[in-house]
Design a protein around this ligand. Structure first.
Ligand code: NCD
Length: 315
């Protein structure tokens, strides 16, 4: 996987491991510019003549429409292929052929796939950049980048924060990517999950090497009052082997207004969405609940990424 090295042009975006702080600064500065431009109402044509193929083998509302909105706001076009039914026979081969076909039409391919590692595999079949929009329980780099952008915009800096991740940390690809990005900064990570859904040990060991503090907890009470960011995730039903295993943990953590009373006044409550029962809708009125702000930021961060990947003069 190619490192970004402050030049996004034509690169695949598969993992957050490709990014340094300097790369993130470039991306976020570009996202700020696009936000100003969109809010000013000025037309943007920087990607006019470019086409993005959106190839989604798993359901998606936000990620696919966010990429489409980003591409259209930059003046580009798109081919939407949603919720493709995936043949389990000769998996790699089918994906490679589909990718080879789509690259004939398009300049960039956004891929969501149920199996970890398939986004990386797709890069081998494609001469056009591939953006990983979620590969099974692996990574979801663009979600993590928009989450990081949201945290930075809320606190002005990413240094010195305590981030508490709650829910399905085993199967949640958004937290796998976000934890790695946060480890570039001086942060403390708390993991609050049922014992069977804790952060994968291999990832914890990898993050340990970066020198950040990580603590596991089975309840939120112990850490909520010291958290700057509370990042809640959905229990990933589709990743469980049996329904009864899912039922046993599905309501392990539910954020209510009462629970939010223990959170600091200047903390933020985040969620990549979709939300099931893990945040009660009455919490939405709390100004600390910023999950719909995340959605908005996602479009600006994806605009930044698409423009930097497809326009050499911006990179
Ligand atoms: C997440 C995903 O697909 O991993 N959703 C998203 O992209 N916003 C989180 C989830 O599905 O729980």
């Amino acid at each position: 996987m190619q490192k970004i090295q402050q030049n996004f042009y034509s690169k695949d975006i598969i993992s957050v491991n490709q990014f340094t702080k300097a790369d993130i600064d470039i991306l976020f500065a570009q996202a700020d510019l696009w936000r100003e431009k969109v809010q000013s109402g000025a037309p943007i044509t920087v990607l006019s003549g470019k086409i993005m193929a959106n190839l989604f083998y798993e359901p998606s509302t936000r990620t696919s429409s966010s990429f489409i909105a980003a591409m259209q706001r930059l003046g580009g076009g798109f081919i939407p292929i949603n919720d493709v039914h995936y043949s389990s026979v000769s998996k790699g081969e089918n994906l490679a052929d589909t990718i080879r076909t789509l690259e004939q039409y398009s300049d960039v391919i956004v891929l969501r796939h149920p199996e970890q590692g398939q986004a990386l595999l797709a890069t081998k079949a494609s001469g056009k950049p591939i953006i990983n929009a979620g590969d099974g329980i692996g990574e979801h780099p663009t979600q993590a980048l928009l989450d990081l952008y949201t945290i930075q915009n809320s606190f002005g800096s990413l240094e010195g924060l305590t981030v508490t991740m709650v829910g399905d940390l085993k199967n949640g690809r958004t937290v796998h990517s976000l934890a790695q990005l946060l480890a570039l900064y001086d942060v403390k990570l708390n993991y609050v999950a049922p014992r069977v859904l804790q952060m994968p040990i291999t990832l914890c060991n990898q993050l340990k090497n970066s020198g950040i503090q990580q603590d596991e907890h089975e309840t939120l009470d112990a850490v909520i009052a010291d958290s700057n960011v509370i990042y809640v995730t959905r229990i990933q039903k589709e990743r469980f082997d049996s329904l009864s295993d899912y039922e046993a943990v599905k309501d392990a953590f539910v954020i209510t207004p009462e629970i939010m009373q223990s959170a600091p006044k200047d903390s933020i409550l985040m969620h990549p969405l979709p939300r099931l029962a893990e945040i009660h809708p009455s919490v939405d009125r709390d100004p600390r609940a910023i999950y719909f702000k995340q959605v908005q930021n996602g479009m600006y961060v994806r605009m930044a990424l698409l423009s930097l990947l497809l326009r050499e003069e911006l990179s």
